[in-house]
Write a protein that binds this ligand. Structure first.
Ligand SMILES: Nc1ncnc2c1ncn2[C@@H]1O[C@H](COP(=O)(O)OP(=O)(O)O)[C@@H](O)[C@H]1O
Ligand SMILES: [Mg+2]
Length: 140
């Protein structure tokens, strides 16, 4: 079966606009949603995650989870950075996949590294660097 997803595009001209956009995007999320957050290094994935956290009413500051694999914001938001994970099996062994069903929103950076253990119905946000300050955000 072919599943056609309709993607939308938002053009951001600053970090602040990306934050505000992500804050609004968060309002379209419900508990249990898994969002794959793609884009090259420095595209703005972590900035986007900060905006989502604000939108979900999380007051803790969001930092890059690069050295922790995943940060848990009170069970409301699970923010993953899978950059250093080599396989889905590695994520499973660390217990990271349990949180996919933890009742919070999962935001996953570098999800491709663990694609074999991702659920089928994920939402996706791709951030493309257009210039030093412009970003094309493609999302569903
Ligand atoms: N329009 C924009 N949206 C998001 N970030 C931007 C934008 N313009 C410039 N930036 C800068 O790009 C960088 C993005 O960093 P970060 O979110 O950590 O990237 P990633 O997590 O994708 O590696 C920040 O330094 C931010 O200030
Ligand atoms: Mg990041």
């Amino acid at each position: 079966m072919v599943i056609i997803k309709y993607m939308s595009v938002y053009l951001s001209h600053s970090e602040e606009q990306t934050l505000r956009f992500a804050e609004m995007y968060a309002r379209t999320l419900k508990a249990g949603d898994i969002v794959l957050l793609d884009g090259e290094m420095g595209a703005g994935k972590t900035v986007f995650a900060k905006g989502v956290a604000i939108g979900l009413g999380i007051s803790d500051p969001v930092t890059s989870p690069t050295y922790a694999y995943m940060n848990d914001y009170g069970g409301k938001l699970y923010h993953y950075d899978c950059y250093r994970l080599s396989s889905g099996a590695a994520a499973e062994a660390l217990g990271l996949t349990d949180y996919f069903y933890g009742g919070g929103v999962c935001l996953i950076e570098w999800a491709d590294n663990i694609k074999d253990v991702l659920p089928d119905c994920c939402r996706r946000v791709v951030i493309n660097k257009i210039s030093e300050t412009a970003r094309e955000i493609v999302y569903d």
